[in-house]
Design a protein around this ligand. Structure first.
Ligand code: ATP
Ligand code: MG
Length: 654
């Protein structure tokens, strides 16, 4: 044992090589990959400069590549100017103006298509409307919308005039919305009357009114898109309908060319580990990351129909619904509703009907759909899908294999993409035509991304049995620039641990003998049992490998002898067991895990639940489970939980 690193107890041996036919047609073939990796290693800045020149449309070209004078507040391409909406729209009009940019499906089943030309016109009109309402370059605009095309229109309209958008997930409460409006100092909110989710109305305008009541001093205007048709109260002088705002506005709006470093958006992190941080991204660097990773990691090309199921309220929706695929000129799918509405076949039905070729979702969605069994996906024609992706949490090997078999039909590569709100774009992920995959590993860093695993002293760990802190040793263009209004927190959170030398992601990982990365969990969640330090992901994966387990979360609680005992919260594929059945199964699972991982990882306690507490982005909130396991009062804000009622059940009060 070693108290400067983390022990690995789970080893996954399966390897999946890209099919020869996939490789033959791939954008990045093994030889390209080797060449790019060598180029980036030889000349880090030159490599990024070349990509920025080739992949972005500049108004004024840059001459400075990287400005490290205020490190670790790095800045890229600092003397160039450009406009993000030009890069997503105008550049396509001559060659693919009539191509479908967005295929939208509402929860009740209405389908709308927008071509690039129509999308550009809608963006131009709204951008002119924002100008008419007195919004200018640098002003913050909060977007609080359902997953409808107008959410993307609003983002791009802000970008058109240099306004800084901050999208707040439409499922967040009035309080979360208010906190974000106030923190960002927003002058405007763009919202809708309502959204639809799981057959229910989400009263967005009502929540906006509540958020603004007696607060938000900077807020002047609210634009309301008519979506669900519910009754709303409009406040004279403050609120106006989207239709009225754009009436008479020209579809042409001259873009405001901004400096490369001009903030494109603020986005608050999901808050799995504490108070959300307003992550600030820069225009050029972000756009470059979004575009090149869309094309390389997803092998995205003109003929693809790309469906990333993330909401635009998360970074995944910024990078892989809006900016990345649109900059690449692809067709994207947007779906307004819940994955299991009206039944667990909805995702597959959308894939079939719209001919989705690339499908990208979160492990939590995969595990949820897996709970409903194999029969449902088998009913659908998924033959057009050629590539699958996952993001958001470590994916358990068993869920990976299910996805591979029942959705990818053993034909499609899976890209497990590790990245964060802070990194702007994918960082560690297989290039699907060039890199063999292993279930549960996000494989290798993209060329130009200098990721490593280090111990407490910042020394690189190369032993495949040991894990440590996941860090990035060199700056990259799509990295966050700061935390809005709190640079001290930026420095403390991401740089202080290793004296500003490395970007500290806050995750733990290990690298195997092939150099592949295996994310082990969050650094804050490391379990300390009998002198060993264990990552949550390996223990959880061992549980999920049991045929009856759908999902689990493990946390540590103080133990007199061992330091910490492992407490597991388990969701089964069927009913939640009670009484003697629960006791028997708990014993069986404890045995199972200790057989899989060794006696040190044997859980002391197994509790069954109908569900786990998750953020609205579907991530398990382990810090809350820790309080439950320790029998402590819950002091955290639970308003951003997907299912707040579950907390009572977990505490054994239900
Ligand atoms: P907060 O920082 O407020 O706690 P968050 O970290 O959940 O919120 P995001 O930026 O959306 O917010 O999530 C990034 C995190 O998600 C990563 O740090 C990592 O823990 C996890 N993650 C994302 N993709 C993967 C992946 N492919 N494998 C393992 N973990 C992943
Ligand atoms: Mg985070």
């Amino acid at each position: 044992m070693n108290d400067k690193s983390i022990d690995s107890v789970l080893q996954e041996q399966r390897v999946f090589r890209p099919a020869a036919a996939f490789t033959a047609a791939a954008r990045i073939k093994p030889a390209d990959y080797a060449r790019l990796a060598a180029e980036a290693a030889r000349d880090h800045e030159g490599y990024w400069a070349r990509l920025a020149r080739e992949l972005l449309a500049w108004h004024q070209p840059f001459s400075v590549v990287l400005d490290a004078s205020q490190a670790p507040n790095y800045r890229w391409f600092t003397d160039g100017t450009l406009n993000a909406s030009v890069n997503c729209l105008d550049v396509h009009l001559a060659t693919r103006g009539d191509k479908t940019a967005i295929v939208f499906e509402s929860e009740p089943g209405e389908v709308r298509r927008l071509s690039y030309r129509e999308l550009a016109a809608a963006v131009g009109q709204l951008a002119n409307a924002l100008l008419a309402q007195g919004i200018h370059s640098g002003d913050r605009v909060v977007i609080y919308m359902p997953m409808v095309p107008e959410a993307v229109v609003a983002m791009l309209a802000c970008a058109r005039i240099g306004a800084v958008h901050s999208v707040v997930f439409g499922g967040f409460s009035a309080k979360s919305l208010r906190d974000r409006i106030e923190d960002a100092g927003a002058r405007m909110v763009i919202t809708a009357d309502g959204g639809r989710r799981a057959g229910k109305l989400v009263d967005l305008k009502g929540a906006t009114d509540e958020a603004l009541a007696g607060a938000c001093a900077t807020l002047e205007k609210v634009i309301v898109f008519r979506n669900a048709g519910n009754e709303v109260t409009m406040q004279a002088g403050r609120d106006l309908w989207w239709d009225e705002a754009i009436a008479g506005q020209s579809a042409q709006c001259a873009p405001v060319f901004v400096n490369a470093e001009h903030p494109l958006f603020l986005l608050y992190t999901s808050g799995s580990t504490g108070k959300p941080k307003g992550i600030q991204h820069a225009t050029a660097g972000f756009l470059l990351g979004a575009r090149f990773t869309s094309e390389w990691a997803f092998d995205l090309r003109d003929s693809d129909v790309f469906w990333c199921t993330a909401d635009v309220g998360w970074v995944t929706g910024h990078t892989y619904v809006a900016y990345g695929p649109l900059a690449a000129g692809a067709t994207i799918v947007m779906y307004e509703g819940a994955p299991v509405h009206p039944d667990a076949g909805r995702f597959w039905s959308i894939c079939e009907r719209h001919g989705v070729t690339i499908f990208y979702t979160a492990p939590t969605a995969i595990r949820t759909l897996m709970k409903f069994g194999d029969v449902i996906p088998a009913k659908f024609d998924l033959s057009k899908i050629r590539l699958l992706g996952t993001v958001g949490e470590p994916i358990n090997p068993e869920a990976w294999v299910w996805y591979h078999k029942h959705i990818g039909r053993e034909r499609c590569p899976i890209v497990d993409t590790w990245w964060q709100t802070e990194t702007g774009a994918s960082m560690i992920t297989p290039l699907p035509g060039a890199v063999a995959t292993k279930p549960g590993s996000c494989t290798l860093p993209l060329p130009g991304i200098d990721a490593a695993v280090v111990d407490e002293d910042g020394v690189e760990i190369t032993d495949p049995e040991r894990g440590g802190y996941l860090v990035v040793r060199r700056p990259w263009p799509s990295m966050l620039r700061t935390i809005w209004g709190d640079n001290a927190r930026y420095l403390a959170t991401y740089w202080a641990k290793f004296d500003g030398r490395y970007y500290v992601a806050g995750d733990t990982a290990r690298r195997d003998a092939d150099g592949y990365f295996w994310v082990m969990g969050r650094a804050d969640d490391v379990l300390k049992v009998s002198g060993h330090r264990l990552g949550t992901a390996e223990v959880e994966s061992a549980f999920v490998a049991h045929p009856r387990v759908a999902e689990t979360a493990v946390v540590g609680r103080p133990h007199e002898i061992k330091g910490e005992a492992i407490c597991a919260f388990v969701v089964l594929k069927g009913q939640r067991p009670t009484g003697a059945e629960a006791e028997q199964l708990a014993t069986e699972l404890r045995e199972w895990v200790s057989r899989e991982l060794g006696a040190i990882a044997r859980p002391d306690e197994v509790r069954f639940a109908d569900n786990l507490p998750k953020t609205r982005s579907g991530k398990i909130m382990r810090r809350l489970l820790r309080a439950v396991a320790r029998g402590e009062e819950i002091t955290q804000d639970v308003s951003t939980l997907e299912n707040p009622a579950i907390v009572e059940q977990l505490r054994g009060k239900d």
